[in-house]
Design a protein around this ligand. Structure first.
Ligand SMILES: [Zn+2]
Length: 192
């Protein structure tokens, strides 16, 4: 009897592992498709978050990711949310920046993505838009940001902001739907 239960548990664990691996592979494929980058480096931050990167991330990038997640989880708890509030549930893709400066000439490493729902708005740069970050997958939770060489407070903010969409998806679906894209205005921070 015990042996049967053990085997059953083992089977459940194995199936569970397969699903997780498959879902993670899917978000990796999507991140590569969206950015056109190959994420060859895989690591964990000291805070426990999963990171995929094009090249070895700097200590400052890693620290900014952990700080941004800490900000996110703190403000999520403050709002009474409880689900998916551990750093280990988050995967961050660090992509190569497609530009270093914004239109006004300030340092602003961003990623170019297809304009999709932003077509025709002020964001539209002719079929594509520049974004600081973008959610890749709500489940498992993952988003992409651009590699920075300075202004790491911006990284910290972007991590917190992209994470807001994920926290809302898992904790407050109505608020998630209201804030999921910014084509009709609205921005970050969402959570106060
Ligand atoms: Zn957003």
């Amino acid at each position: 009897m015990t042996r049967k239960i053990t085997l059953l548990l083992l089977l459940v664990v194995m199936i569970g592992t397969t699903f997780i691996t498959e879902a993670q592979t899917n978000s990796l494929a999507k991140a590569q498709q969206v950015t056109g980058d190959r994420f060859k480096i895989r690591m964990q931050t000291p805070g426990g978050a999963n990171v995929y990167a094009v090249k070895q991330p700097s200590d400052e990038m890693i620290q900014a990711i952990d700080d941004g997640l800490a900000d996110l989880l703190a403000v999520a708890r403050k709002n009474g949310y409880r689900r998916m509030l551990n750093a280990g549930s988050y995967t961050i893709f660090i992509a190569k920046a497609d530009r270093d400066k914004n239109a006004s000439g300030s340092y602003s490493p961003d990623i170019a993505i297809g304009a999709a729902q932003y077509a025709g708005t002020d964001f539209d740069q002719g079929g594509y838009i520049y974004v600081a970050g973008m959610v890749i997958s709500n489940n498992p939770m993952s988003f992409v940001i651009a590699e920075h060489t300075k202004d790491f407070n911006r990284v910290r903010d972007v991590v917190r902001y992209e994470g807001e969409h994920l926290v809302l998806y898992h904790n407050d679906r109505r608020r998630y739907m209201e804030t999921r894209d910014h084509s009709k205005g609205g921005g970050h921070p969402i959570l106060q």
